[in-house]
Design a protein around this ligand. Structure first.
Ligand SMILES: C[S@@+](CC[C@H](N)C(=O)[O-])C[C@H]1O[C@@H](n2cnc3c(N)ncnc32)[C@H](O)[C@@H]1O
Length: 246
């Protein structure tokens, strides 16, 4: 395998052992490994569930944060990072960076979004607003998996071209819209359902409270009351011991 890949055999073997320890591979015998069938979708570039885009993002964009971990624990992340550029100034710092971030978000979100779109019971939703929706992993999943007629991604202006690509790829000409804006400065576009995916985890509680107040104002009829029903379990995701997803 090392010859075929042009890699160092010893280092490759160590990596394969680590992957085996994590349950990504199985070791059949000395020098022989196999990939369990349930792992393939996550590692196949052509599969919707491919996680490589997000792994690339973790390696290239977040690995240096580990050097600041002790300071984060001591003083808090917000205080330590105060002197650094704002997160999205850094993530969108040049021509190439936004495309990589969009690929990472797609890779992180599209597969679970398809399940979420079903669990969220969007059947009566006529207009979905995906706030900070990136290239549209949730909005597209919702349009593909529910009768929701239209979805609007609300995001920073530079994201528009990526939503246009998704619109084209998934043939959603009149159903997937984009509204440029800044969710700190602007009110959110109105709709029957306001989605926030991996957005609240980026900001402080105070900022999130403001954002949620905007979402409440933007949601027609201020949303619906959640009915009590059996909690759903997502099929997506690994269990810690690497066994098949529930
Ligand atoms: C972590 S990503 C989440 C992407 C997507 N919702 C998902 O689930 O994959 C955060 C998104 O928020 C957007 N964003 C960041 N700051 C924003 C702002 N001030 N106004 C509008 N969108 C913003 C980013 O461009 C990015 O698409």
């Amino acid at each position: 395998m090392a010859d075929a890949l042009g890699t160092d055999a010893d280092t490759l073997e160590r990596m394969l052992l680590v992957l085996t320890a994590f349950g990504v591979l199985r070791r059949r015998s000395e020098g022989r490994y196999e990939m369990p069938g349930e792992m393939r979708p996550y590692l196949d570039r052509n599969d919707d569930q491919y996680v490589g885009g997000f792994v690339d993002h973790l390696v290239s964009e977040t690995s240096t944060q580990i050097n600041r971990l002790a300071a984060y624990l001591e003083h808090g992340k917000t205080a330590v990072d105060e002197q650094l550029p704002a997160p999205f100034e850094f993530l969108y710092r040049d021509e190439q960076a936004p495309a990589e971030f969009m690929a990472a978000m797609w890779s992180l979100s599209f597969a679970p979004s398809k399940e979420l779109a079903e669990l969220a019971r969007l059947n009566e939703v006529k207009s979905l607003i995906d706030v900070g929706g990136a290239s549209g992993p949730f909005a597209v999943a919702a349009l593909l998996r529910s009768p929701t007629p239209s979805a609007t991604v609300f995001d920073l202006p530079l994201v528009e071209r990526f939503v246009a690509e998704s619109r084209h790829t998934y043939d959603l000409a009149d159903r997937l819209d984009f509204v440029p804006g800044d969710f700190f400065a602007d009110e959110l576009p109105g709709g029957d359902c306001i989605a926030l995916g991996y957005v609240l985890s980026d900001w402080t509680d105070r900022t999130c409270a403001n954002l949620l107040a905007k979402a409440y104002r933007a949601c027609h009829g201020h949303g619906r009351t959640h009915s009590r029903q059996q909690p759903h379990r997502l099929r997506w995701g690994f269990r810690p011991n690497g066994s098949a997803p529930a």
